[in-house]
Design a binder for this molecule. Structure first.
Ligand code: SAM
Length: 369
């Protein structure tokens, strides 16, 4: 019901109260996320996990932090249900706090598919340019990726790292049988990875397929520097190279067996231009693989399971970064299949197939040149 004239004062009051309860839940979740950011960045969770329960003074000593702040944070974490207190009736300085065993993996295991902390870092990054964002909402235009800073970049890389390192090479690509075969044989398959960020998708593919060569491209210089460092650290720099390039750059050349774009087409100011580049780079019998966000086929009031989150990223980050140029597409995170199909057709692809690979957040699209 939307018309207030149809509602009794009692119904309005009960709708109000239900909304206030949800509103308080919004605030509580926001506080929790920012508190998790503090615990992660200062190594507080890790210190509790590795060295055991601690008083505020012990934890401050272990982490080189200030006791008074740590005491407040520990108590906040306890009333929020993130940490346990062992002796709540003791004087505040004598209470000992612990990380519940089941909370360790989401909070500190950066290689786990259950690692959740990057979500907090991403959200902190997403609100960094809040004033520029309000300005863009008023006047149009966008907010540059650079303005979101290192928390956004790092959070993005960290949230996808476990899946790119484990599932991409050992589950997702093997599920595409003809591609899996091609990636295993000689001559070595050539892969281009567009919008590669810190490079974990490029490196994951090289990890799983020991013959392939991968060129990763991204227009963000700090991301490319980190990708190059990640390649060196993982001893893959001989087969994986990263370059700072705009996906729409007409001089981007080469012939590749596989061209990929992970979670980035919806961020691009000119997605059709980027797809046209991918069309140009792929061999006639090659594969173009787009992995983007799992959203519904159409807008509905309640959205699908994850649209509440996708719209959240969209209003704070993906839409504004996709609006930074004149005539920008302004796609936003909620890029529905039909939108991508239209972009792909405009870029010269004959067909778009949704692959039968199950993932909570990602759909997998194969484009036919
Ligand atoms: C959401 S991040 C995804 C990064 C990485 N693929 C991942 O899944 O973690 C989007 C990336 O696309 C890059 N990007 C946006 N527009 C681009 C363009 N026109 N050319 C190349 N990279 C672009 C951004 O710099 C950013 O690194």
């Amino acid at each position: 019901m939307s018309g207030t004239e149809l509602m009794s004062p009692e119904s309005i009051a009960s709708q109000r109260d239900a909304f206030i309860e949800r509103f308080l839940g919004f605030a509580s979740g926001t506080f929790s996320l920012f508190s998790i950011y503090i615990g992660d960045r200062l190594g507080l969770y890790r210190a509790l996990a590795e060295e055991g329960p601690a008083t505020s003074a012990e934890l401050a000593r272990r982490t080189g932090t200030h006791e008074r702040y740590i005491r407040e944070w520990l108590e906040q974490q306890t009333v929020t249900g993130i940490l346990d207190v062992q002796d709540e009736t003791h004087d505040s300085g004598a209470r000992r706090f612990a990380l519940p065993p089941g909370h360790a993996e989401p909070l500190i295991d950066c290689g786990s598919l259950n690692y959740m902390v990057p979500m907090a870092q991403l959200l902190v990054g997403a609100v960094r340019p809040l004033q520029s964002l309000l300005e863009a909402y008023r006047k149009g235009g966008g907010v540059s990726f650079d303005e979101y800073g290192s928390d956004l970049r790092e959070g993005q890389a960290a949230i996808n790292y476990p899946a790119f390192w484990q599932q991409l090479p050992y589950e997702w690509l093997p599920a595409i049988l003809d591609l899996h075969d091609r990636l295993q044989v000689n001559p070595p398959a050539q892969i281009a990875d567009i919008g590669c960020g810190y490079g974990w998708s490029s490196l994951g593919m090289a990890r799983g397929y020991p013959h392939v060569h991968v060129d990763g491209f991204d227009l963000d210089e700090p991301s490319i520097e980190r990708a190059q460092e990640n390649a060196r650290r993982n001893h893959l720099a001989d087969r994986v190279h990263f370059q700072e390039r705009d996906a729409g750059d007409p001089s981007l050349a080469g012939q590749y067996d596989l061209v990929t774009a992970f979670e980035c087409v919806h961020d691009m100011t000119n997605p059709v231009g980027a797809l046209a580049t991918m069309r140009r780079l792929v061999k006639e019998d090659g594969t173009v693989l787009i992995v983007d966000e799992r959203v519904g086929d159409t807008f509905t009031a309640q959205g699908n399971d994850v649209e509440w989150m996708m719209y959240g990223w969209s209003i704070l980050h993906c839409l504004p970064v996709g609006m930074t140029e004149e005539n920008a597409a302004g796609t936003g995170t909620v890029m529905r299949t039909d939108t991508l199909r239209k972009y792909a057709a405009e870029a010269g692809f004959r067909n778009l197939e949704v692959l039968p690979i199950e993932h909570f957040f990602f759909p997998f699209y194969r484009l036919t040149p």
